[in-house]
Design a protein around this ligand. Sequence first.
Ligand code: ACO
Length: 468
Amino acid sequence: MATKQETQSQPQADASKDGASGGETLSVTDNRTGKTYEIEVTDGTIRTMDLRQIKVSDDDFGLMGYDPAFTNTASCRSAITFIDGEAGILQHRGIPIEELCERSTYLEVAYLLIFGELPTKPQLDRWVFDVTHHTFAHEDIKKFNEGFRHDAHPMGMLLASVGALSTFYPQAKDIDDPEERYMAAIRLIAKVPTLAAWAYRHSMGLPYVYPDNELSYSENFLLMLFKMENRYKPDPRLAKALDVLFILHADHEQNCSTNAVRAVGSSGVDPYSAVAAGVAALYGPLHGGANEAVLRMLRRIESTDNIPDFLEGVKNREERLMGFGHRVYKNYDPRARIIKKHVDEVLEATGENPLLDIATELEKRALDDDYFTSRKLYPNVDFYSGLIYEALGIPTDMFTVIFAIPRTSGWIAQWMEQNEDPELKIARPRQIYTGDRDSSYIPEGKREGPEKITGPPARRPKRPRRGA
Ligand code: ACO
């Protein structure tokens, strides 16, 4: 049975105590020595450095914590995003995600994440103007993109081109200059959709489309993806749905890619390189790729008649119900609830999708089934988002790329917050060393042991052609 401590995603700071422990302590008795230590408890946490004083002898290194996936370790103090996984609550700067999706726009939310407050009208106008007027990417980036194979994965291309931006703006290395930080924030938020759309156009063998700064952020992205000749006019209903998806994916506290941005950023590198690390982390199937897997699953189920058999397979552990379950949410993911509402609007504009019937029925049956409810398995953000992307005509390879566009503002907000943190140090975890010690160098002729490299000699891989 999970305790509250295990499932709540972030300990909350007690504002009344101003970071002080308020006299709360933990008494730890070391049964190896019989000594007792008093360790301060602040905001529901102890500092693992306080364990270091616990030693069995003077030359002992001292006790450390061991937490391989940071499942119970807070790595920073942050005021950007709050999640209560038990209650299914997500708030940015204290504002519920439901309200933001209903009343705000993606660019306004990006401002909120980065600057900590909703903008006044002149502040928002200036922000939107600045982002809008940096959407063009340097022509050499286009040439750089053209060097990729025609079937290069668009996420690999995005990863490379975001990293390459650091070479176009070397002044961004001056991370202590607020103006440079602002310019990098603007450029990243403005250019990532352009780089993403160009990656897509390249993978389709289509000419690149330049931004149109008369359009909104999401309309512009749709234009750069789909314009042929001069005939494309973004449907406002689709642009609105995409904008809501952008809001929903903008930030999610210390997830894998945000942690990557903070870890890499802690070295003092420029923000383009730190954000490229975030893109790389998001590329992984355990992080950004689940919505793609949901679509494959729905296609495999094929018809609502096959749902009972499929769910039996899940319960027998032959299958996984993709788009269900979450490490933090032990309730309905609030983002899934919002996306579900928008699926109908999008399908009204684009036409029916039979996969929606399967998804709706699958969700209903799973939520009626004790196997799922007893394990607190509810739909997550990925259960319905793939259906919207597909309805927008976006190929599955692009789903993770589209996730990266709005998450860029979250990465920047977290990077900026980190750089203001007086406790910032280079991230450098400890390890428990498990190897040999003090071994001797054995001359080549006297070495023996099992073969380590098996299989045929290394050769050029045969690469399947996508779309062939
Ligand atoms: N289908 C079937 N059973 C599941 C599922 C699922 N989707 N998810 C969890 N379970 C079961 C586990 O088998 C386990 O059962 P048991 O206690 O009988 O062994 C129990 O529920 C607890 O699951 P864990 O694996 O411990 O949960 P964890 O927090 O480690 O995993 C995860 C979370 C990876 C998201 C998992 O729920 C999963 O694989 N879901 C499907 C993939 C998915 O949708 N990922 C997207 C997440 S949202 C995002 O990242 C943007």
